[in-house]
Design a binder for this molecule. Structure first.
Ligand code: FE2
Length: 481
């Protein structure tokens, strides 16, 4: 018995040594933010087009001529390969570096360092997922907030949540459903991307209404397969990437252009016919129904996105904005097609499950859930901060929601598919109505971009009018020429 105990103890010790923890106290965090150059540069790894690629971005001085990311399989960077990228000018007068690393192999640990004119930053590590399974963290409304104490408090809380989540699973991706920054300020994105923990997973950003208050999202993001369409927003388009047999679709729900979103989703789905699972991520929620004053906005979101998600068989929609945790039943055409309860496994779900998670730093007041589409969620204790670990295998997605305060499981469910999966086909009538709704939304989005341009000007941003209303990221295009 003693021998078994000793062996278990040794195993535990080995395990604790092989799973790095990036937790920090407030004093350590303050010291890190003040002293580490990479913390101020906003170095962040983001998804590439598929599992074999990763994108990187960071701020560099205006005079920078060359940027590259060194990648190696050895911690001493022996045999490193340098991937060069380009820079775009920022509103603040310096530049943002953007680099794509390709040729990564599954199930491999890599080390990387971002170089600015030959000067390497810190060395970080990440491990690519195996070919048959991976895990992702879904969070939303992180709301890093500028301010003397607020910046350190909110960014440290984010680091704590991420660190705890990394103890639950090997997190390969962070699926963030928007409002990463409260005012869209550089300091907030720098806080968001500080720390070692965030640099070990690909950070999939979503453009939220708060990110839209500033202009730095445009510099921080380096996203694959971006699509701006006719009237995409000044800073962000829709984008997609794949990992194993999962297609992740990220939609900029600040833009009401259903025509653009439809084109983006259609192109992504057509480019990935092998993808077994389709997961949509966007900021605005559709069905959570806890804020009555936002119900009109939610109805507009339903009119634009529900037909789209039904037509393209989205399995899971991850959203935010609302700050109230909720998980819907399986829905199709706005109706419950299959009930879902925490702990359930749904096989061949006839529709989409829509989720909202809590804000990590901005809890709401208690409110009644008035939507009968909500399957389960948080209605009483609003002090909880929740985060979600998604485990993907070839035949299932398991969503496990954890309570950050206790570290314990709060709720879970599994979606499973087998050979009998046969998604519904939407009616011609709904397609026609949807086409018209999309067109109206596109006209609205065009004029809404003028409003956004004026707000940015009012807030002191010297943004380019054509960039803001023509929305084809002309600055980036000019810089790339
Ligand atoms: Fe928010």
């Amino acid at each position: 018995m003693k021998k078994v105990f000793s062996a278990l103890l040794a195993l535990l010790l080995v395990f604790s040594l092989t799973v790095p923890s990036f937790a920090m106290t407030r004093a350590e965090w303050d010291a890190y933010l003040a002293a580490d150059a990479d913390a101020g540069r906003g170095v962040v790894m983001q998804p590439g087009a598929d599992g074999s690629q990763k994108n990187f971005s960071w701020y560099v001085p205006a005079e920078t001529a060359e940027v590259c990311v060194d990648v190696a399989t050895s911690p001493d960077m022996a045999g490193a390969v340098c991937f060069k990228g380009n820079t775009i000018p920022t509103y603040q007068g310096d530049k943002a570096a953007k680099v794509t690393v390709t040729g990564l192999e599954a199930g491999t640990t890599y080390y990387y360092a971002c170089h600015t004119d030959g000067e390497p930053g810190g060395t970080y590590t990440f491990t690519t997922p195996a070919a048959d399974r991976f895990s992702a963290l879904y969070v939303t409304d992180i709301h890093i907030t500028d301010g003397e104490d607020a910046l350190a408090e909110t960014s440290l809380k984010w680091n704590e949540v991420l660190t705890q989540a990394q103890g639950k699973a090997d997190i390969s991706y962070i699926l963030s459903a928007g409002d990463q920054a409260s005012s869209g300020l550089r300091a907030e994105y720098v806080g968001l991307t500080a720390g070692q923990a965030v640099k070990s997973a690909a950070f999939a950003l979503t453009f939220g209404n708060h990110d839209r208050k500033g202009v730095d999202f445009k510099y921080v993001k380096n996203l694959p397969n971006e699509y701006y369409g006719l009237v995409g927003d000044y800073q962000a388009g829709d984008y997609w990437f794949t990992q194993n047999d999962v297609l992740f679709l990220f939609l900029d729900s600040n833009s009401g252009s259903g025509t653009d979103h439809r084109a983006a989703v259609r192109a992504a789905v057509n480019a990935n016919p092998q993808a077994k699972w389709r997961v949509a991520v966007m900021h605005h929620d559709l069905y959570s129904g806890s804020i009555e004053s936002r119900e009109d906005e939610a109805k507009l979101m339903r009119a634009l996105y529900a037909p789209l998600f039904d037509e393209y068989h989205i399995d899971l929609a991850l959203t935010g904005h609302n700050h109230y945790y909720s998980v819907s039943h399986v829905l199709y055409n706005g109706k419950v097609t299959k009930e879902l309860h925490s702990g359930d496994t749904v096989v061949n779900a006839p529709g989409t499950v829509y989720m909202v998670s809590t804000s990590l730093t901005r809890p709401r007041e208690a409110a009644p859930v008035f939507s009968d589409r909500v399957a389960f969620g948080l209605t009483d204790d609003m002090s909880k901060t929740l985060y979600n670990v998604l485990d993907f295998t070839s035949d299932a997605i398991t969503v496990k929601t954890y309570d950050f305060g206790t570290g314990e499981l709060f709720a879970s469910f599994t979606l499973r598919k087998d050979g009998d999966y046969s998604p519904k086909t939407i009616s011609v009538f709904r397609k026609i109505v949807s086409f018209l709704t999309d067109a109206v939304g596109t006209v609205y989005a065009f004029f809404n971009n003028f409003t956004v341009y004026n707000k940015l000007k009012d807030n002191g941003y010297d943004v380019d009018f054509l960039d803001a209303v023509n929305n084809n990221c002309l600055t980036e295009r000019r810089a790339a020429r």
